[in-house]
Design a protein around this ligand. Structure first.
Ligand code: PMP
Length: 324
């Protein structure tokens, strides 16, 4: 789908997958004016195909686009584009065995060719998809984390709550550091005080306390408002837990594990759903995982979510959208 100020969104079409040609002066290649989304389609046992909260992805993309001075794609058009792509080639949606699914990547970019710095007057929106196996082969494996103190993901007034490539580009060097330390993912702290836990490179965080409280860092404009994160708030409340969205310091993490007050930590996102957090490594010290195995609530929430997504549990929240 293309956009210009004169025509608005126009020329929606489905084409065979393949390379696209861009002029070397295309704005996105220079100024990173782009936004994207990540979501999945699931095949249920009866053969039907569903997406999970596509309107939430559409709304988040609209918000990201406003921040990047890109035009908003109406929610209905976003959902329709994703539906059309999946319907056109549904053979790529795997069966539900092993929690396989179709990963869907909608994205929007500045496609005008010019070298000045201003919002692009030509914008392109595309959707591509690729079958996704289970994220962790061989079952749930805790993610080990590296705490970066040198790099932050986003500051006040920045674009941390937008899903845009620049945020990921700036996180790569920290992610490289994590790999070099033998860790899977990087933990980012807030840019202003450097004490509050924000999120991982591609997942949000949850802390479970002994008294049943569940805490997740508040979304104050600097972290990505995960759709999995938002869904877990509802699921945890449904299981009788009190959920606190608030500032959560790195000291509270270290002390909570040391004193035994924190009994589970997990990370969540579309790709990995819910996954236990293992050791937190940082320069000069380590904080162990509160539990050696997957925590009880971590497992329950994961199962509750996956069962809804694959149609094995009743969708009481009306999260699923039927595509086929
Ligand atoms: N934070 C970041 C930085 C991410 O890239 C993602 C993945 N989109 C998330 C959190 C989790 O978001 P969601 O649950 O919508 O996948």
């Amino acid at each position: 789908v293309e956009w210009t100020p004169e025509k608005g969104w126009h020329d929606a079409r489905i084409t065979p997958y393949g390379p696209i040609t861009l002029d070397p002066a295309t704005a996105v290649l220079h100024y990173a004016q782009e936004t994207f989304e990540g979501m999945k389609a699931y095949r249920h046992e009866d053969g039907s195909v569903w997406t999970f909260r596509p309107e939430a992805n559409a709304a988040r993309m609209a918000k990201s686009s406003r921040r990047l001075a890109l035009p908003e794609l109406p929610i209905e058009d976003f959902v329709q584009a994703v539906d059309a792509l999946v319907q056109a080639d549904e053979r790529w949606v795997p069966g539900s065995e092993g929690e396989k699914s179709l990963y869907i990547r909608p994205f929007m970019f500045a496609s005008e060719k010019f070298l000045g710095v201003r919002p692009s007057q030509h914008v392109t929106f595309m959707v591509i998809a690729s079958p996704a196996g289970s994220y962790f082969k061989g079952g749930l494996k805790p993610v080990t984390l590296w705490l970066t103190t040198e790099y932050t993901r986003a500051g006040k007034g920045g674009m941390g709550d937008a899903k845009t490539g620049g945020n990921y580009a700036s996180s790569l060097v920290a992610q490289q550091e994590a790999y070099a330390q033998g860790c899977d993912q990087v933990v980012f702290l807030d840019a202003q005080e450097g004490t509050y836990v924000e999120e991982l490179g591609g997942m949000n965080l949850y802390f479970v306390f002994k008294d049943g409280r569940v805490v997740t860092p508040a979304t104050s404009g600097t972290i990505l408002e995960g759709i999995t994160r938002a869904s877990i708030i509802e699921l945890a409340k449904g299981l009788g837990h009190t959920v606190e969205e608030r500032k959560f310091s790195i000291d509270e993490w270290r002390d909570g594990v040391a004193s035994g007050d924190i009994v589970e930590i997990f990370a969540c996102g579309t790709a990995a759903v819910v996954t236990p957090v293992g050791t937190l490594k940082e320069a000069g010290r380590e904080t162990a995982a509160p539990t050696a195995e997957t925590g009880e609530l971590t497992a329950r929430i994961r199962e509750a979510l996956v069962d809804i997504q694959f149609g094995r549990a009743e969708d009481t929240h009306h999260w699923m959208h039927k595509v086929l």
